[in-house]
Design a protein around this ligand. Structure first.
Ligand SMILES: *Cc1c(COP(=O)(O)O)cnc(C)c1O
Length: 502
C-alpha cells in the first residue's frame, strides 16, 4: 500500500513515511492510494476475535511494511487490558434503548476516544523513525489540542526515547479536568503551553510552525524533525477505523445485527477525523448506511453538508462540548479528495480559497455524493443539556456533552427521515472529563455547581452515574502542576524554539 497527498505533490510513500512526516510539506494530507476491501466472509471470521486481532486484520492492509509479528506485538501493548484500558472489550458496545447503541470509546488511560489512536501512534512513530529517519534523529511532535488530544498524546509519548512532545491548548477552551490532566503531565520530554486564543488559533499556530522553513532548516542541522500527533497525521486516523468494525462485530455477537445488515453511525464531530474513519470503514465494505455528523453551535459542518458551502467566517462559540469548538475541520480535505475521485487540482484550489477567503463552495455532483453518505445536524447548548438531563432521568444513564450532541442529532435524523436502521453512537468521552457541565445539566443552574471543588464534583457524579471515578482522575487533584507557560498565538513559534534551546 502506497500513500499520496491530497494536493498532488507527493505519491508513492509508505505508511511509515507519512506517519513520520505527519503532514505533507507545503500543505496537504496523506492518504492511501487505494481502499482495501473486507468481505462478509472475512467479517464473519472475526466474529469472536478480540480488539487487537480485529485491529491486526484491518491495519495489515494499510501498513504492510510492518512484519505481522511486529504489528501483533505493538497492538498487544497498545490495547492491553487492564494495563491501558479498563474494559476487556477495549471499546464495549452497550444498549441505550431500542435500536440505539453506544460505542464506548472512553475506557483508555485519558478517558476520551483519542486514546484508541494515541496509545498506538508512539509505537508506529518509533518504527517510522527507525525505518525512515536519519540515525539518532529526534522527532519533535507538535500538537494543537481542543482538550483531549493533548493529554492522550502526552500519555502516549511521555518518556518515549527519540521523541519530544509539545502540546498547545487554548487557555480558556478546555475543561478544568482536561487542563489539570495536561498541566500535571510528567515526563522529561513533555512541554505543555497554554495559548491566548481559541482552538483554531492554536491549530493555525502549529501549522505555521510546521511550514516555517527557517525553523525546519535549523531543526535539521540539529538532527531533529517535526511531526504531528493531530488527526492530520494518517497514523491517528488509521487506528480509528478499527473500532467501527469492532463495534459492528460486537452488535452481531450480541444478536442485535446479522452480518451484512446495515447500521447507521453517529459521530460528534470537530476536526472530522473520527467520522472520516467511519467513512473509511464503510468504503472498506463494512455495512454502514448513514454517517451522522453531529456538531454543536459551531455548526460549520452542518451547513456544509446541507448547503455545499464551507464558510468559517462566522461567530465562534465556546460551548460545553469544547472538543467540537472548531471552525476549520482539517480532515474534510481528505473527504473532498475521496469524493472528487482524487482531483488534486480541485482540492488545492478549494484549500486556497479557504485560506484566502475563509470559504469555498463545492459543485452539485460532489455535494450529492456527500449527501448520500452523510447527514449533518447540530445541537444547541440548551438541547444538549436537556438531553443529558432526560437521559439521566429516564434511564439513569449519564453521558458527556459531546456524546449528547451526537445523540440529539441522531434522533433528529431518525425523526425527519423515518430511517429505522439500528444506530451506533460514538460515545467519545467519559462524563468525568466534563463533570461540571454534566452535573449542571442534570441538577440545574441553581445547584451551585460552579462553586464546588473538582473533588466534590467527581464524588457527586459518581453518585449519580454509578460509574466509579477513574483512579487517575481522583489522583489528579493531588498532583503538582508542572507546566506553567502561557503565550500569545503569535509567539508559539518563538516559545517552541526557546524550549528547544535555539
Ligand atoms: C476530539 C473529540 C471530538 C471530535 O473528534 P474529531 O475527530 O475531531 O471530529 C469529539 N468528542 C470528543 C470528546 C473529542 O475529544
Amino acid at each position: 500500500m502506497k500513500y499520496l497527498s491530497t494536493r498532488g505533490e507527493y505519491a508513492g510513500l509508505t505508511a511509515l513515511e507519512t506517519i513520520f512526516l505527519g503532514i505533507a510539506p507545503g500543505g496537504g494530507l496523506f492518504l492511501p492510494e487505494a481502499i482495501p476491501q473486507i468481505n462478509q466472509n472475512e467479517l464473519k471470521s472475526l466474529l469472536t476475535a478480540d480488539y487487537a486481532t480485529v485491529a491486526q486484520e484491518i491495519l495489515k492492509y494499510f501498513i504492510p511494511e510492518l512484519a505481522p509479528e511486529k504489528l501483533k506485538q505493538i497492538l498487544a501493548s497498545a490495547y492491553a487490558y487492564p494495563a491501558k484500558f479498563n474494559q476487556r472489550e477495549i471499546t464495549p458496545v452497550t444498549q441505550l434503548s431500542h435500536q440505539e447503541y453506544l460505542l464506548e470509546l472512553w475506557h483508555g488511560p485519558t478517558h476520551a476516544f483519542k486514546d484508541l489512536a494515541l496509545q498506538l501512534l508512539p509505537f508506529l512513530m518509533t518504527e517510522a523513525n527507525r525505518s525512515v529517519g536519519e540515525p539518532n534523529q529526534e522527532i519533535i511532535i507538535l500538537t494543537a489540542t481542543s482538550g483531549d488530544t493533548g493529554k492522550a498524546a502526552l500519555a502516549g509519548f511521555a518518556d518515549i526515547p527519540g521523541i519530544k512532545i509539545f502540546v498547545f491548548f487554548p487557555e480558556d477552551g478546555v475543561s478544568e479536568i482536561q487542563r489539570l490532566q495536561m498541566l500535571t503531565q510528567k515526563g522529561s520530554n513533555t512541554h505543555v503551553i497554554a495559548v491566548k486564543g481559541n482552538f483554531d488559533d492554536t491549530q493555525n499556530g502549529v501549522k505555521q510552525i510546521f511550514t516555517n522553513q527557517e525553523l525546519s532548516t535549523k531543526l535539521k542541522t540539529r538532527g531533529q524533525v517535526f511531526s504531528s500527533a493531530n488527526s492530520i497525521n494518517w497514523g491517528r486516523l488509521m487506528p480509528q477505523i478499527v473500532y467501527y468494525f469492532y463495534g459492528y462485530l460486537q452488535l452481531c455477537r450480541q444478536g442485535a445485527l446479522e452480518v451484512g445488515q446495515p447500521l447507521n453511525v453517529a459521530v460528534p464531530t470537530g476536526n472530522f477525523g473520527n467520522i472520516l474513519a467511519a467513512y473509511y470503514a464503510k468504503q472498506m465494505g463494512l455495512p454502514l448506511r448513514k454517517l451522522i455528523c453531529a456538531s454543536n453551535t459551531n455548526k460549520v459542518l452542518t451547513d456544509f453538508i446541507n448547503e455545499g458551502v464551507y464558510n468559517k467566517n462566522r461567530q465562534f462559540f465556546t460551548t460545553i462540548s469544547p472538543s467540537m469548538d472548531i471552525l476549520i475541520s482539517s480532515n474534510l480535505e481528505r473527504l473532498l479528495f475521496l469524493l472528487a475521485d482524487g482531483e488534486t487540482h480541485l482540492i488545492k484550489n478549494l484549500m486556497k480559497q479557504l485560506q484566502t477567503n475563509g470559504s469555498y463552495q463545492i459543485d452539485r455532483a460532489i455535494r450529492e455524493k456527500m449527501g448520500h453518505h452523510f447527514y449533518g445536524g447540530y445541537a444547541t447548548e440548551s438541547e444538549t443539556k436537556a438531553l443529558i438531563r432526560s437521559l439521566y432521568q429516564e434511564k439513569g444513564q449519564v453521558v458527556d456533552p459531546h456524546t449528547a450532541v451526537g445523540l440529539k442529532v441522531a434522533r433528529d435524523y431518525q425523526q425527519t427521515s423515518g430511517d429505522k436502521t439500528p444506530l451506533l453512537l460514538a460515545a467519545t468521552a467519559s462524563p468525568y472529563k466534563f463533570n461540571a457541565s454534566v452535573l449542571e445539566a442534570i441538577q440545574g443552574e441553581s445547584a451551585g455547581i460552579r462553586e464546588k471543588s473538582e473533588f466534590q464534583l467527581l464524588e457527586e457524579l459518581e453518585k449519580l452515574s454509578q460509574i466509579p471515578i477513574p483512579d487517575n482522575l481522583k489522583e489528579l487533584l493531588e498532583l503538582p502542576v508542572i507546566h506553567q507557560k502561557v503565550c500569545t498565538k503569535e509567539a508559539m513559534g518563538q516559545i517552541t524554539s526557546d524550549l528547544l534551546g535555539f
